[in-house]
Design a protein around this ligand. Structure first.
Ligand code: PMP
Length: 419
């Protein structure tokens, strides 16, 4: 690396460095990290292909593993009714919308989907985008601008941060789930900006705790701000019937301006939605770049969501079972003295080990014992807070959970740092 840097003072070499990806410092950094993993004997833990449906089990290299690596919370992905709905949508509409919806890609099923989402949450209307990440980037990036202020939780998802960046607004992180701190920032700064957006998540995706929504609603009203809730991990998950934060807290859905959610988790599909007032949705449908200049969601993807929502209404026991299983995992892990961080009342359960390499090692050791669970380290989570992240599904059995937590406790105790 040093030799290459030294050579780059010669002009022709500089040109080479900047039009060859292989010479980008960032690419060389990636290669160095991969080498470090290999040197530690940890191989390449990324992009391991699965051979079938990822549910409570996943098939990898011809073997079945107990699977905690995917967010198929309600077991809808792979459910025969959901798959059948997707197949029928292909027969009727084909595999793609083949155009942006605004001019020529609109299908009847798109309108059915957006009605179903809006009704499920209890608001006037909704709009569906082709990606969950894209939903946040384009919505936040489009609705706010340089005279505005975006206050987001310190643990906000990358897509929200990218949207804030794109908007050109002043973006400030407030301490995680700390409404008082948010109130203080607003007290001091509100008057300097036109629009203010507060962003929180339903269930936080790395820590598994829940935003205290009633308090955020109170602050938003007091300071005349917009409130956006990312329900990627709470829709279908929280509340007795899976209706998310509205049901969990018993709040009025109209008290939140932008309900955002992904279709890739509880709804077994791909895409994202914004749900809210008729005016908000109409404005986004005619002007949001990630909608106007992008193809409509594919018919089978739309059909899977409609089928999953209908199934959830007829089988609410899936949600109850999910809650029970998640509670069992969390309680057993706590009994074993494992560090579950902030996780509470949700199927996202981190096991925090601190050191990055220890998290990779632990993930691999569990894999050798039949358990598939990914590690997360900086920059996905703060430095020295590396972890394994367990996603529980309603299909996990008690036996799978008990075996996993027992094995986990044994393997955590064996980590060099705990010897
Ligand atoms: N928001 C949150 C909180 C997420 O965790 C994710 C991804 N898991 C997204 C948005 C993006 O969703 P998708 O993966 O469906 O694009």
């Amino acid at each position: 690396l040093l030799q290459k840097k030294a050579k780059s003072v010669l002009l022709p070499e500089i040109a080479v460095e900047y039009y060859q990806i292989e010479q980008f410092p960032e690419y060389l950094h990636l290669k160095q990290q991969q080498q470090e993993l290999a040197d530690l004997g940890l191989g390449n833990p990324f992009f391991t292909p699965q051979e079938g449906i990822a549910n409570d089990q996943a098939r990898i290299q011809g073997q079945d593993y107990i699977n905690f690596a995917t967010y198929n919370y309600l077991g809808m992905c792979g459910d025969p009714i959901v798959s059948q709905a997707a197949k029928e949508a292909i027969d009727r509409y084909g595999t793609s919308a083949c155009a942006s919806r605004l001019l020529s890609g609109e299908k009847v099923i798109h309108q059915e989907l957006e009605r179903a989402i809006a009704d499920f949450i209890g608001v006037e209307d909704s709009i569906v985008f082709v990606g969950g990440h894209a939903t946040n980037v384009t919505t936040v990036g489009h609705l706010f601008g340089q005279h505005d202020l975006i206050l987001h939780d310190a643990l906000s998802h990358n897509s929200l941060l990218q949207g804030a960046l794109l908007s050109g607004a002043t973006a400030i992180a407030f301490p995680h789930n700390d409404c008082q701190a948010l109130g203080r920032i607003l007290q001091e700064r509100r008057s300097r900006y036109q629009r203010v957006l507060i962003i929180v998540e339903g269930v936080y995706s790395t820590d598994g705790d829940i935003a205290n929504l009633p308090e955020f609603i109170e602050v938003k009203k007091r300071h005349k701000a917009f409130l956006m809730v990312d329900e990627a991990h709470s829709i279908g998950v929280l509340g007795k019937h899976g209706r998310g934060m509205v049901e969990h807290f018993g709040i009025n859905p109209h008290d939140v301006d932008l309900w955002m959610g992904t279709l890739s988790k509880s709804f077994a599909s791909c895409g994202g939605y914004i749900a809210g007032s008729q005016a908000l949705i109409e404005y986004l449908k005619y002007t949001a770049p990630g909608f106007v200049f992008s193809v409509g969601i594919s018919p089978p993807n739309a059909a899977s969501v409609i089928a999953a929502i209908n199934l959830l209404k007829t089988e609410p026991q899936r949600v109850e079972q999910l809650h029970q299983r998640a509670k069992l995992f969390l309680n057993l892990a706590k009994d074993q003295g494992l560090n579950t961080g902030l996780s509470q009342d949700s199927p996202v359960i981190p096991i925090i080990v601190g050191d990055s390499w220890a998290s990779v090692q632990l993930s691999q050791n569990l894999f050798h014992r039949g358990i598939n669970v990914p590690f997360m380290f900086y920059p996905s989570v703060p430095k020295n807070a590396a972890r394994l992240r367990f996603f529980i599904t309603c299909n996990h059995t008690e036996e799978q959970i008990r075996y996993t937590v027992d094995t986990l406790a044994e393997e955590v105790a064996k980590l060099p740092q705990n010897q």
